[in-house]
Design a protein around this ligand. Structure first.
Ligand SMILES: [Zn+2]
Length: 266
């Protein structure tokens, strides 16, 4: 992975992804929102002003040379539902609820928001096609990443072995203590592998490893090429919003992915 800065916007890219796929995990730097959302907040339901959130998004898209009107996003609801994006919806809100999105249309920029949950990017260089996933603990045990891989197989004939996958910054196992309800669902979803995913540290409650769990979900779906950022949102508050570390009073960082080509410039 590499941190880059463009027009004051600092973002992360994955070295395993070639240059013809446009992608970024945006840090919280380079926007205009004040505390507690400072500064590049994309969350529209966290108390920040809509006009600032929109301007932040415009800045971020322009930094990546993507037309803001090319956006496709959804209401993220911790499901394993996947939407196929066939055209941008731009400024017109969609009422779709999902936690995976895929497209093979270069005009579409897939966009999602995060603050501790796991961002996962997918790229099939052969079709070509892209996907993006939002997976907190619930989306992880529901295997949203596998559902998105399977949606790319069904829609585009993608072979999981051809896919490049990247797991972005999320709350790390050092900070992610979980209660009995989560432990039970992790054990139910991952069986004997759950011993590796639930680590006992100081204190009575185990810590859940979202990075390793989503890597396992992808591997079990047949994905072989997986880059993991290994960055903890709670450990790095200068770069990332952390819902848990900032006790709910915070913003949302963004992630986007799009197929490149002539249509990518504005
Ligand atoms: Zn941490």
């Amino acid at each position: 992975m590499t941190f880059q800065t463009q027009s004051g916007i600092r973002y992360l890219t994955f070295d395993s992804f070639p240059g013809d796929v446009i992608h970024a995990i945006f840090t919280r730097q380079g926007g205009l929102s004040p505390d507690p959302w400072a500064s590049l907040n994309f969350g529209g339901t966290v108390g920040d002003e809509t006009s600032r959130v929109r301007e932040n998004r415009f800045r971020a898209f322009r930094a990546l040379k993507r037309d803001p009107q090319s956006m496709f996003d959804v209401w993220q609801v911790h499901s394993a539902d996947v939407v196929i994006a066939t055209a941008p919806h731009g400024a017109v809100p969609v009422e779709l609820k999902a936690d995976g999105m895929i497209t093979d249309t270069p005009e579409v920029t897939l966009f999602m928001r995060f603050a501790d949950c796991t961002p996962i990017l997918l790229y099939d260089p052969l079709r070509p096609a892209v996907g993006i996933v939002h997976a907190g603990w619930l989306g992880t045990v529901r295997k949203a990443a596998a559902a998105t891989v399977q949606a790319m197989q069904a829609a585009y004939g993608s072979s999981p072995a051809d896919l490049l996958a990247a797991i972005g910054p999320a709350i790390g196992p050092d900070h992610y203590e979980v209660g009995p309800q989560v432990v039970e669902q992790v054990r139910c979803a991952f069986g004997s592998d759950s011993d590796l995913l639930l680590q006992q540290k100081n204190g009575p409650r185990p810590h859940f490893d979202l990075w390793a769990a989503n890597r396992l979900v992808l591997e079990q779906a047949g994905v072989k090429n997986i880059e993991v950022a290994g960055l903890c949102t709670a450990c790095n508050p200068q770069d990332w919003y952390s819902h848990r570390e900032q006790k709910g009073k915070t913003g949302r960082f963004g992630a986007l992915i799009a197929l490149g080509g002539k249509l990518s410039t504005i």
